[in-house]
Design a protein around this ligand. Sequence first.
Ligand SMILES: C[S@@+](CC[C@H](N)C(=O)[O-])C[C@H]1O[C@@H](n2cnc3c(N)ncnc32)[C@H](O)[C@@H]1O
Length: 259
Amino acid sequence: MHSVAYRSARLCYRAGRTVAKHTGFAGWFSDWTSPLHITRTLLRDALRQRTHYARGWLLDVGCGEKPYRELFPQVERHIGVDSLGSTPDVYGDGMYLPFRDCSFETVLCNQVLEHVPEPWKLMDEAARVLKPEGCLILTAPQTWDLHHVPFDYYRYTCFGLKFLAERSGLEVVEVVPTCGIWATVAQRVTDTITNTYLNGGQSFLVRKLIPAALAPVQIVGYRLDKWCGKRGDTLDYVLIARKRPTTADSAPVLTGHSA
Ligand SMILES: C[S@@+](CC[C@H](N)C(=O)[O-])C[C@H]1O[C@@H](n2cnc3c(N)ncnc32)[C@H](O)[C@@H]1O
């Protein structure tokens, strides 16, 4: 038997949901009840602002479900390679890519570098399969919890990403954080509480109330971050790096004395 308080709360929840549905507030708010809304929105926005770097044949390394595929409609082919899962076009290891040198105009690699034990090898491989002047579009976390354990090896700073790209001979175009400390804190609080307290066994009310209570945390953190201009630690970085033109294509380099 449910208590009167429980039934009243449930009734209020249903009444609120009906009102919200009819005012359009429901769709907007329900997006924010997703515990990963900040990080997903920020990553998608950061990639959307950089889609012009993608062209030709695109290789998606560690593609997962290819969640960003629709952001790149201009590419001729979007080929996914992954070591696991049911959706890659090709099964393979990012550290030993099964493609010839200079095969792709674009390499996309989202949230994979932290799972690779020798990330410099993945970076070398991305550089190898890129055509001259092709672009690498890569995202990697600076702040996140342990995930896909035990295959979770690293977190990155902008300097670490720049170092790895340059070490592989790539020219770094930009390395930008997706957010600052406010969005980072709001996201981490939200996903930590969700992971700790919502593990499937809770009552209907708790399953609905916790995400609803955390939505304002995400909204406030996200808005504060926009106002403060990405100060402090970030959740993720986006790196854009370009493969240099081949010597034959590049401007002649003077090696001796001119007449
Ligand atoms: C966090 S998921 C990201 C998936 C997708 N890129 C995205 O943005 O949603 C990490 C992916 O990297 C893949 N992965 C991990 N290590 C890999 C490796 N050595 N070579 C290729 N893929 C790898 C995993 O199988 C998984 O699909």
